[in-house]
Design a protein around this ligand. Structure first.
Ligand code: CTP
Ligand code: CA
Length: 234
């Protein structure tokens, strides 16, 4: 797909997308992070831009660069990502939570570098972060706004993956959930992926679409196709 050939079917729409993994600081030089490379979120931003959407990206730590021609706001922690996404989602038609926000953050962050004392170990107390996706669903003003979540699960097969996904779709309250299976060496940092889309249906159930394998760029288009279908329906 090159820009000149891409259908401009998202022209006039605004897509807000979160990208990458958050970092929760213990002190000025140390943090808790995760293996998200940011590739999936950037792929969604790139695909939406190619199709004519106006794109706002809220970007935590990434290993790779994103596309040009989009609005980018850099963030660190899950709390910062939540605040920035709440602003970016206002007035957006499609909101995609592709980022991997940390679920836990240190109960306190030291303003000075933590020092060793003798040969003693240490204990870090973690508290839960706010659920950004759930907050975006709750804060939604326009009922036609489509909110998309991701779920990476360590499922043994497709049936378990879909069962875990159904429960998460209900818990999060989003319109579309992008499911994939994770394990060591799978998904994170790779160019290709395999996803299953779960769309919330009017009867409270979920419509399963997939699994679909492909590059993250190709899958990003599929995710946008699914989002547009929900937007038209809504
Ligand atoms: N998410 C979020 N805020 C958090 C954690 C997760 O918005 N504090 C979003 C992710 O960006 C993703 C979706 O929620 O779109 C699902 O993330 P996942 O980690 O699978 O779900 P959790 O609710 O954190 O559940 P789990 O205990 O399985 O990690
Ligand atoms: Ca999580």
């Amino acid at each position: 797909l090159v820009p000149a050939l891409a259908a401009q079917d998202l022209a006039g729409l605004t897509v807000a997308v979160s990208v990458g993994g958050t970092r929760e600081h213990l002190d000025p030089v140390r943090f808790l992070g995760n293996s998200s490379s940011g590739r999936m979120g950037w792929a969604v931003a790139r695909a939406a831009r190619l199709r004519g959407a106006s794109v706002r990206a809220v970007v935590a730590h990434t290993d790779v660069d994103g596309p040009s021609g989009i609005d980018v706001e850099r963030v660190g922690s899950t709390a910062e990502l939540g605040a920035a996404m709440t602003r970016a989602a206002k007035g957006a038609d499609v909101v995609v939570m592709a980022a991997a926000p940390a679920d836990f953050t240190p109960a306190s962050t030291s303003e000075v570098k933590i020092k060793k004392t003798g040969d003693a170990g240490t204990t870090v107390t973690l508290v839960q972060t706010p659920d950004v996706l759930h907050g975006l669903v709750e804060a939604r003003e326009d009922p036609r706004q489509v909110v998309v979540g991701f779920a990476a699960e360590t499922a043994v097969d497709q049936a378990e993956l879909v069962a875990l996904g159904r429960a998460k779709l209900v818990r999060k309250g989003c319109d579309l959930l992008v499911l994939n299976t994770v394990g060591l060496g799978l998904v994170f940092g790779r160019e290709d992926n395999e996803i299953t889309l779960l769309a919330r249906s009017d009867d409270g159930g979920a419509v399963v679409d997939g699994p679909h394998a492909g590059s993250k760029d190709v899958l990003a288009h599929r995710i946008l196709d699914g989002s547009v279908a929900v937007h038209r329906r809504g």
